[in-house]
Write a protein that binds this ligand. Sequence first.
Ligand code: GLC
Ligand code: MG
Length: 568
Amino acid sequence: MCAVLLLCIQVEETSEVLADEAWWKHAVFYQIYPRSFKDSDNDGNGDLLGILDKLKHLVDAGVTGVWLSPIFKSPQKDAGYDISDYYSVDPLYGSIADLKRLIEEAHRLRLKIILDFVPNHTSNQHKWFIASENGEEYYKDFYVWVNGTSKKPPNNWISVFKDSAWKWSNKRQQWYLHQFLDVQPDLNYRNKDVRKALHQILIYYMDIGIDGFRVDAVPFFVEDKLLRNEPRTNKPNVQPNDPDYLNHIYTRDTDETFEVVYELREVVDNYTRLHGGDARILMTEAYSSLDKTQRYYGTYDGRRLGAHFSFNFYFVKINLNKTSSKEIRDYVETWINSLPKIYVSNWVIGNHDNSRAATRFGPKNVDGFNILVSLLPGIGVTYNGEEIGQEDGEVSFEESRDPSARNKSTFKQDSRDFERTPFQWDTTLNAGFNRGHRPWLPVSEKYHQTNLAAQKNSSSLTHYKIYREVLKKRQEPPAKYGDTNISAFSEDVLILKRSLGSSHIVLVFKFGGDKSPESERVYIPSIDCNIAKIALTNIDSDYSIGATLDPRTFVIKSHESLLLDITC
Ligand code: GLC
Ligand code: MG
């Protein structure tokens, strides 16, 4: 009896020591776009063994975990966001056995692996949809089917990829809903069996060791039951087939959709409770207003929990030429102050759906933004390539793959292929992405100048070295636990201060506005101290790391970022 009891206590203690409830709270997640990361078998497509081969890079860089864009079986009509079997890996990327190897190796290296979960829709090639379209009893209501005549869709809803969100099925003589491509039918969340089937998928992957999920297209889960027409927006110059034509009050962020997210959280929390180990986490994708984005975290009082964090896309959406440092400060303050203290902030500057940060902010601002988002409180998210300042690639209309780029006249603004070109590893053929087979998207010519190997081996400061250093800096107490103070010194100078007692880590960043002076004299407000040590700078700074300056008065030039250690 006693022996049994002792054993129990021991087991409990071990799991307490090993389990880390809060590992994600200060994490940096690195998004890998698998098809473009590393092609191990030289067929032109990146793959899981390619990722396995490069895990060392991620460890060196100092990230906590990786999120893989979808790797599941798919006809690849929307680059894998159209899944035809959630339980198998697409042959492009490898197999479940490869995934298991990857998880094992990642865990050995203390890296977490997050999968992309796409539960709003499946591919029309998924067996559920085929069965549903055939009217098979169990699957009949797996999708959103509506009666009508083939002439007129049930209402005015418009898909994210333009045109009606309804498609007529000759087979069923009914319309089905697709908020994205017509080959991506929306699942019917009012059907309990659908929700159960989706939960099973999460459990399957947690069983093989997955640490969490990025949940795709969350606002689109549950639509208005009455199928009411959506009102028009007042946006000028918008075509009637464009999603911006309508105000999506009946198809996005509905009350029931939040419930679905809270239910997903119960699934992962129950799993962790039952199986022990570190918390399995959820990160949600929603391009929603600030209050709705924060509501995906859970209720204000914390009684219902949703995502561990819901991406904060502010920095992905701003146009720096039209944004003052005051607006950035206001947004950052509003985000932090309105998020209930039980939740953790996060900062995103890029992903596979938006022009790369280095292109949007300009290559000269790469370091400033990497430092800024790494030192804001909470979780950081890096899109692969941001650590080397990779810019958008060059892709012609003929070479393009993204379905949202299908119209030649709007291709340049709509295509997401530019941010999806292969990762630039080194100066060898195809930037080291593979051994010479034509990649699925062309490698950017810029790889000769911008690549990881050069930035690792260079004797001078590089984007990569700065990225790595600032991830280390994140671990220092003021950056981890300190107070946050952000101020707008002038039109384009931001000052971010993280303070713990008398220790301050301060970023001064002049991002270079159109109308701002080339250089200006600045000071660090509310610090009564005459010496600051320069911990880090951007690559072309006039200041040297390790030198000191007087924080009461110094000069900063456009695109310069200075990270200062101040103790007083
Ligand atoms: C998300 C993905 C995007 C995809 C869409 C539809 O927004 O990030 O790439 O096209 O969902 O699944
Ligand atoms: Mg939906």
